[in-house]
Design a protein around this ligand. Structure first.
Ligand code: FES
Length: 166
């Protein structure tokens, strides 16, 4: 299940140090939040007032930008982002079952992250390799012609291998 880190888990000293490099540079909001996300893995909501204060912006302005970009995350994400295709080609070739099995294997619903921050589960409209339907992606690896056995192999408890095609 997704777990939002608490303020005491976020190194605010690190955040303040990073934000200091951008002090009073309103234009640098996007590079700043991108760097923050790179360092922490997400943008903790607690950092919004700190960012706003340093750049001379309203917290609502900072929040507005963070909310606008789908690539900016306000919750922790897994080390491996799992994306199951729910496009038409995959759907007609059993994509729904693949998604169901992945959910079972990881114990997650869409948009959730495992407590050990190993996996985040998402769905996508099309991965772009419809000929290999049903498909899914783990990290930067694309897996095609998925079936229940392959799903099981991918998420073995011994830390399924994501560097090879199953
Ligand atoms: S519909 Fe699934 S890869 Fe295109």
């Amino acid at each position: 299940m997704c777990n939002v880190q608490k303020i005491d888990q976020v190194d605010m000293g690190q955040v303040k140090e990073l934000v200091e490099n951008y002090k009073n540079q309103k234009w640098s909001l996007i590079p700043l939040v991108q760097q923050l996300q790179e360092e922490l893995g997400f943008i903790p909501p607690e950092t919004v007032p700190v960012i706003a204060g340093a750049l001379g912006l309203f917290p609502s302005e900072v929040q507005g930008v963070i909310s606008f970009y789908a690539q900016l995350y306000t919750e922790p994400r897994g080390k491996n982002v799992v994306r199951v295709c729910r496009g038409t080609a995959c759907h007609v070739r059993g994509g729904k079952t693949i998604l169901k099995l992945v959910k079972q294997q990881l114990g997650l619903e869409e948009g959730e992250t495992t407590e050990d921050l190993e996996y985040t589960l998402e769905t996508v409209a099309c991965i772009g390799v419809c000929a290999l339907a049903p498909t899914m992606v783990v990290g930067s690896n694309v897996y095609g012609n998925m079936n229940p056995k392959k799903v099981g192999q991918l998420f073995k408890k011994d830390g399924g291998r994501h560097d090879e095609k199953p």
